[in-house]
Design a protein around this ligand. Structure first.
Ligand code: SF4
Length: 194
């Protein structure tokens, strides 16, 4: 069965994560910075593609839109039914608004698995993470270029047990990554001087 589908893509929102390209390479390509919706035309500042699609094609384009972290892709049918929206709905009634607060001195809890020592090596352009199960004893060293591959490796190796510790690790790895990119000093737990 086929269906007339309208795909609307807001390139200005794209952050280049390329999820859409992985999901639907027949419809999206990468220009080095942002995704491009192939065979589309410009309408009111957006790229619009109108196409009759079979179920497999529609599945792929829906997946691409659903995976986009910034809601840059809208998928609708010719009758105006929105299949994947490009807007985020904010619940009007009963929305909980919470001001973030945390006191590191009072609330910090040590991970029973151990702790990490993080540093960067400008000569190899890599981040090094040493794992210590007890004070001043390194038993594992993980080296990599990107935060994602490093923290996923650490999780897979079972070296971390707390959510707050994992969040901390992600934050420090991202700082280390930025320091490498910008060729600036990285000191674990200190703010970057940009
Ligand atoms: S998934 Fe969204 S943010 Fe990522 S490349 Fe595609 S359009 Fe851009």
């Amino acid at each position: 069965m086929t269906k007339d589908i309208i795909v609307e893509y807001h390139q200005g929102r794209c952050i280049g994560a390329q999820k859409c390209i992985e999901a639907a390479p027949a419809y999206f390509s990468f220009d080095g910075e942002k995704a491009v919706l192939l065979l589309s035309q410009q309408e009111n500042g957006s790229s619009v593609l109108r196409l009759r699609m079979n179920e497999e094609q529609l599945l792929r384009i829906r997946k691409a839109a659903e995976l986009c972290p910034v809601n840059a892709i809208k998928v609708a049918d010719a009758e105006g039914n929105i299949l994947v929206s490009d807007t985020v709905e904010v619940q009007q009634q009963g929305l909980r608004e919470i001001t973030a607060e945390y006191d590191d001195l009072k609330e910090f809890v040590m991970d029973k698995k151990g702790y990490f020592l993080i540093r960067i090596d400008q000569s190899t352009n890599k981040i090094e993470v040493a794992f210590c199960p007890e004070l001043n004893k390194i038993v594992v060293k993980v080296t990599g270029r990107k935060p994602l591959e490093i923290y996923q490796t650490i999780i897979k190796q079972g070296l971390i047990s707390r959510l707050d510790h994992a969040a901390y690790l992600g934050r420090e790895l991202q700082k280390a990554y930025i320091a490498l990119q910008k060729n600036i000093l990285y000191v674990q737990d200190d703010e970057l001087v940009l």
